[in-house]
Design a protein around this ligand. Structure first.
Ligand SMILES: Nc1ncnc2c1ncn2[C@@H]1O[C@H](COP(=O)(O)OP(=O)(O)OP(=O)(O)O)[C@@H](O)[C@H]1O
Ligand SMILES: [Mg+2]
Length: 469
């Protein structure tokens, strides 16, 4: 019989010893002594059953549990509770239909809970289609922020339907990650997931990319070509930066969504397509509608359900978790000893506003893991590996005190003049806009809501010509 892979997340090592001894025939036991390494184990390997100690201090137990349940909705979980369990906790567990066992562990109680779960688990396992792993590494959505958790609940509710979803959020907040999760959690998960970035494709090619063309449809159309809608048939099609879709194509897209049929350019045949569409935008589409740049009818058609991802500055409680998660993740990936971060250094990270959101934080941690040999990360390392603006950022309002789990108020570590701060922010925003639009000044200026001419002057004054590739 294939052994059940059991993961125990508990800071007391005796728990794992107990299970190793009591269930050595049935189970392969892995042990993580804190939440971060637990999450990382779940990330790397597929487990059949999780035992989770609700009383760990790193994050509030129930919140952490919610996070795990969001990321691994199919994983059966048994909750371990030590000593006295409050009625509220028991209610929460029951509502979530979770099994729980109390400590000290008692073999009879454990056996009872365990056997039922193992039985249902085996059925689940034999029904599982393992070809799903073909897309490679699955990424997890890490958060303990309540607004994010609410949004992820919407994700779980609609994942297995065909409704169109609009994901809103600033750059780097995880829109693509959410789109992938919607696909991975749907029945279409074994079919293709295709994505297109409406801002990156030249306007004159967009229609052909979306709907394809027939041979001879235009000069250079030597053979017929299928568009993304046809290629994504039976799967999911993710249209990123939908706010950038040229106005004349918005009507065509609306028709395709209504009729579920496409017509290739130069063709007359209507070809049925069965595609689940997901859209993302970092623009406020309502504002675009008011400006006459986006069709209102299309907005209502594509935003049947919408998911709004808050920026990092509105969920500072996630920074600590994400930093530790990425340190762990990249240390494993690059086969390095796992780095620890010192409290003062974490304090800096907590107070940086992360304008590039999770992407910026992730890239930064990756850079440190690859380049830094020291195992403990201090503030000096942060400065060394941070792009210039961090060196002049940020006045801690929150900071870690001597007790690392306690947030206290402190005076700013370094104060720069307002002028300097504004210049840094301006510089960063311009660089981001130029990068995003591949150096196209007109688009970057529109995005920054300034004239092309003032952008040109700022580029000159801030010596940013290097970004105009
Ligand atoms: N909550 C999260 N937990 C873990 N990783 C995350 C989270 N949010 C984002 N990431 C990671 O951050 C990176 C950026 O996320 P993603 O590409 O989904 O952002 P985006 O909103 O689509 O950005 P853009 O608008 O620039 O396309 C990705 O590598 C993603 O895996
Ligand atoms: Mg994206």
């Amino acid at each position: 019989m294939q052994k059940t892979k059991l993961l125990i997340i508990d800071n007391e090592k005796q728990t794992a010893e107990f299970f190793k001894q009591a269930f050595f025939r049935e189970c392969l036991v892995s042990n993580a002594i804190n939440l971060i390494s637990g999450l990382s184990c779940l990330d790397r390997e597929e487990f059949d059953l999780l035992l989770f100690n609700l009383c760990m201090t790193e994050a509030e137990g129930l919140k952490a549990l919610k996070l795990i349940r969001n990321n691994h909705p199919d994983l059966p979980v048994i909750v371990l509770v030590a000593g006295h369990v409050s009625e509220a906790d028991v209610e929460a567990l029951k509502q979530d239909a979770l099994e729980y066992i109390t400590k000290p562990l008692n073999i009879e109680q454990v056996n009872k809970v365990f056997q039922t779960l193992l039985m249902s688990n085996l059925t689940r396992k034999s029904n599982k289609n393992h070809s799903y792993q073909k897309t490679g590494e699955k990424q997890k959505i890490i958060t303990i922020n309540s607004e994010m958790i609410n949004e992820l609940e919407i994700l779980h509710k609609v994942a297995n339907t065909d409704v169109s979803v609009l994901i809103e959020g600033e750059s780097g907040t995880g829109k693509e990650l959410v789109a992938l999760a919607l696909h991975d959690k749907s029945e279409r998960k074994d079919k293709s997931f295709l994505s297109i970035n409406c801002a990156a494709i030249p306007e004159n090619l967009m229609e052909a990319e979306l709907f394809g063309y027939e041979k001879g449809a235009f000069t250079g159309a030597y053979a017929k070509r299928e568009g993304f809608f046809e290629l994504a048939n039976q799967g999911t099609f993710f249209l990123d930066e939908i706010g950038e879709l040229p106005f004349h194509l918005q009507g065509k897209l609306l028709r395709v969504l209504e009729e579920k049929k496409i017509t290739r350019i130069g063709g007359s045949k209507k070809i049925p397509v069965d595609v689940r569409t997901i859209f993302a935008t970092n623009k406020n589409l309502w504002k675009e509608i008011k400006k006459g740049n986006f069709r209102e009818d299309l907005y209502f058609r594509l935003a049947v359900v919408y998911i709004t991802l808050p920026p990092m500055r509105k969920r500072p409680e996630d920074i600590d978790l994400l930093v530790k998660y990425f340190l762990n993740y990249f240390s494993m990936k690059y086969n390095k000893p796992i780095k620890k971060i010192e409290a003062e250094a974490m304090n800096w990270l907590l107070n940086y506003p992360w304008p590039g959101n999770v992407r910026e934080l992730k890239n930064y941690i990756e850079r440190i893991v690859i380049l830094e040999n020291d195992e403990i990360i201090h503030k000096k390392h942060l400065v060394k590996y941070f792009p210039s603006q961090m060196k002049t950022a940020k006045k801690p309002k929150l900071s870690y005190g001597s007790n690392k789990d306690e947030l206290v108020t402190k005076e700013p570590a370094m104060v720069k003049s307002l002028k300097e701060e504004v210049a840094n922010l301006e510089r960063e925003m311009i660089i981001q806009a130029l990068k995003r639009f591949n150096g196209n000044k007109t688009k970057a200026a529109t995005n920054l809501k300034i004239s092309r001419r003032s952008l040109q002057i700022k580029i000159k004054n801030l010596e940013l010509n290097g970004f105009l590739l």
